[in-house]
Design a protein around this ligand. Structure first.
Ligand code: CP
Length: 305
């Protein structure tokens, strides 16, 4: 495979290989001396048309830990501001000799356009409402490490699934392994059309949380919503916010996840975000491992040493 565009088109065998490779590489990120020469001589660009802390910086660190050269291009400070198109921007970067482009864009399908236009590998770092495959993979690694697998787990994805590429990548990935996936949230913010993946939807967050093994709380994406859309932030927290009382409906050992950035006091209370069941910072750590694995598999080749 030249590119990583989404979990929808990936096989279970491919996902297993990525997660196994991430586990093999994970220790590297916690060693005192982190750098290895595995990808020495390779050049990677992160090309971000939307803001990012976790995805952009963990790709940068993953590339550096593996010895690659990495440059970061943000649309806000590049010639995109002078009207240069996405394809021209990427082709110019490729002409400088880059081997992989990590791209985030507000339009679904932007990474697919680049994948067709470039010889370099393209990794989707989030495209519109479509997919965020590396977030889906790091979520899966976190669940697999804690729960040993996915089959039969009740996974409650709570919040604004309509605008969430994270929810879609979770659905595409977890459904391949037989997880029972629930989407809960206000009817105006529920993603639709996932019945074929066995996904159930409810406007009652309690129904989704009852007996859940994993609770994945989504950010209320205020920047993507039309003004005046129901519910207000206060209504949202009252009826759908994940609080300690609501989390008690899930299994006592349920994992509490959030892709970040969090709106504390909106979709999640601070007590829950920082509580004993939270694996939110573990997700971030696993993000570096998953991104190292992808760069290694795309650019380094072979099985991990
Ligand atoms: N989870 C995630 O994509 O975070 P960033 O927007 O900070 O990359």
């Amino acid at each position: 495979r030249k590119d990583i565009l989404g979990l929808q088109e990936m096989t279970v065998e491919e996902i297993d290989l990525i997660l196994d490779t991430a586990e093999a590489l994970k220790d590297l990120a916690t060693r005192p001396i982190k750098k290895v020469p595995t990808l020495r001589g390779k050049a990677i660009v992160t090309l971000f048309y939307e803001n990012s802390t976790r995805t952009a910086r963990s790709f940068e660190l993953a590339a550096k830990y593996l010895g690659a050269d990495v440059i970061n291009v943000s649309a806000a400070t590049s010639s995109v501001q002078k009207g240069e198109t996405l394809k021209d921007t990427a082709r110019n970067l490729e002409a400088m000799g880059i081997d992989a482009v990590v791209v985030r864009h507000s339009m679904g399908g932007a990474p697919h356009l680049l994948a067709r236009a470039l010889r370099a590998s393209v990794i989707n770092a989030g495209d519109g409402l479509h997919e965020h495959p590396t977030q889906g993979l790091l979520d899966m690694l976190t669940i697999r490490q804690r729960k040993g697998g996915f089959k039969g787990l009740k996974v409650a994805i709570v919040g604004d699934s309509y605008h969430s590429r994270v929810a879609r990548s979770n659905i595409y990935g977890l459904s391949k392994y037989g997880a029972e996936i629930w989407l809960a949230g206000p009817s105006t913010l529920l993603a639709r059309g996932f019945e074929a993946y066995g996904v159930r939807t409810t406007t009652r967050v309690e129904e989704a949380l009852e007996g859940a093994d994993v609770v994945n709380v989504l950010r209320l994406q205020l920047e993507r919503q039309e003004k005046g859309l129901f519910p207000t932030v206060a209504e949202y927290h009252k009826f759908w916010g994940v609080t300690e009382a609501r989390l008690r409906l899930a299994k006592p050992d349920a994992l509490l996840m959030h892709p970040g950035p969090m709106n504390r006091g909106v979709e999640i209370s601070t007590a829950v975000a920082d509580g004993a069941q939270s694996v939110i910072t573990e997700q971030v750590t696993n993000g570096v491992a998953v991104r190292m694995a992808l760069l290694y598999l795309l650019l380094g080749g072979g099985e991990p040493a």
